[in-house]
Design a protein around this ligand. Structure first.
Ligand code: HEC
Ligand code: HEC
Length: 366
């Protein structure tokens, strides 16, 4: 029995690793550290060695008070690529048995996530990370909960080849399948000089995803001068959100994107028997259990929350922070401070109103 358990555990870890990481850096690290293996938090160096970045980016101006999007210079946004990328995103041709598309897990009806704690891959084995929405993904400097990928181009084909996700065996198989469809032949010829290639599939998927972001929120209108754009409760909630002596959410989730894109360990999942290592996989001990601070624009649409999907509602999120999170040696001090000044029941209600109503997406024509 024991043997079976440990085999099951190993195969689960390997599968999760394949599903999520892609996964060279995890090889040989398939076990969570025991307490004795972990250096004490205070001895861990905070320095980061940033590798040189060979990709050249060009600013794509968005307007509406939002920062420009950084788009790789060799993949400018064009209407042809958007149209092609959209078709690919919703097409099950990208999975080996025609069973799933990107939208199976990134469903526009579910805020471009899947509305569940975890995702079921083609093999039916559950991953251990919550599906990230692709909304606002074009604004991030690095992708995934643990920031292990730099561009949407680099990310796009990861799930396609994962045995536990879309399971495509090879590049040639992928290109052959897409080439069998005449409509794709035309769309690729219109979008690119060199037709159907794996790089062009990635480029068009990336381009389509850059168009999926929360363009306008009641908060944006409020800041631009429309004082009726948010309810009284949401206006009070905004003050709680940014107040350094109260919730201080703005320190890690600053406007207008409501993310500073930095990694933190806010204690989520730290009480698990084998916590998720987060950024540690690529950056070392100083980053153990840290995850990227996500954008909160459109946050009303993407429950459940956090990398492990452990918080079901925005009320639960606010309660979590108010308690000071799950205490752990590696947890960031900033999050412990959120709990130091308790919020009143009204503060919490108003804060939820701000997140839910103030940061929701205003639909076209509203
Ligand atoms: C089986 C479910 C599943 C399928 C199918 C899937 N994804 Fe994902 N996606 C996930 C999960 C889970 C994550 C979060 C993984 C992590 O952070 O480690 C994710 C993360 C992402 C992110 C990162 C977003 C961010 O803010 O960093 C992008 C972009 C993305 N997926 C695009 C795609 C594309 C494009 C496809 C189709 C080619 C696709 N996904 C297919 C489950 C899926
Ligand atoms: C120390 C930095 C920090 C502070 C302060 C902070 N957050 Fe976060 N927030 C994060 C990080 C990092 C995550 C992702 C954590 C994870 O999944 O492990 C997160 C996740 C979230 C999520 C879930 C997002 C999703 O897509 O699942 C919400 C909602 C949220 N924070 C709201 C708030 C609110 C409200 C406050 C103030 C009460 C706040 N945050 C304060 C860093 C911070």
């Amino acid at each position: 029995m024991k043997r079976f358990e440990s085999q099951l555990k190993t195969s689960l870890v390997v599968t999760i690793c394949l599903l999520l990481i892609g996964c060279d850096q995890m090889a040989g690290e398939s076990k969570a550290p025991s307490a004795s293996e972990m250096p004490p938090a205070e001895t861990v160096s905070k320095s980061v060695n940033k590798p040189a970045d060979p990709i050249t980016f060009v600013d794509f101006e968005i307007g509406n008070g939002l920062p420009p999007m950084k788009v790789p210079a060799d993949n400018p946004i064009t209407p042809e690529k958007i149209a092609l990328g959209k078709k690919l995103f919703f097409d099950t041709v990208l999975s080996v048995d025609n069973s799933m598309s990107c939208a199976t897990c990134h469903d526009p009806e579910q805020g471009w996530g899947n509305g569940e704690k975890f995702a079921e891959g083609a093999s039916g084995i559950r991953g251990k990370r919550n599906v990230l929405t692709i909304m606002n993904a074009g604004f991030y400097k690095y992708l995934f909960w643990d920031g292990r990928v730099k561009t949407l181009e680099e990310q796009a084909l990861v799930p396609v080849y994962e045995p536990t996700e879309m399971g495509m065996k090879s590049e040639s198989e992928l290109i052959k399948r897409i080439g069998e469809n005449d409509e794709y032949k035309t769309l690729f010829t219109e979008a690119f000089d060199d037709g159907i290639t794996a790089a062009n599939i990635a480029k068009s998927l990336a381009t389509f995803q850059r168009t999926i972001y929360v363009k306008e929120t009641p908060y944006d209108r409020y800041v631009a001068g429309d004082k009726t754009a948010m309810s009284k409760s949401a206006i009070r909630g905004e003050k709680v959100f940014f107040n350094r002596r109260k919730a201080n959410c703005g320190s890690c989730h600053p406007a207008p994107m409501f993310t500073d894109q930095r990694p933190y360990n806010i204690g989520i999942g730290m009480d698990a028997s084998e916590p998720d290592w987060g950024f540690h996989h690529t950056k070392g001990w100083a980053f153990w259990g840290k995850f990227r601070s996500p954008s909160l624009r459109g946050i009303d649409q993407t429950a459940p929350y956090m990398h492990d999907g452990s918080l079901a509602t925005l009320e639960e999120v606010v309660d979590y922070y108010d308690r000071g999170g799950i205490d752990h040696e590696y947890t960031d001090v900033a999050i412990q401070n959120v709990g130091l000044t308790r919020m009143s029941e009204r503060d919490k209600k108003d804060l939820v109103a701000f997140l839910r109503e103030g940061l929701r997406e205003i639909k076209d024509g509203e």
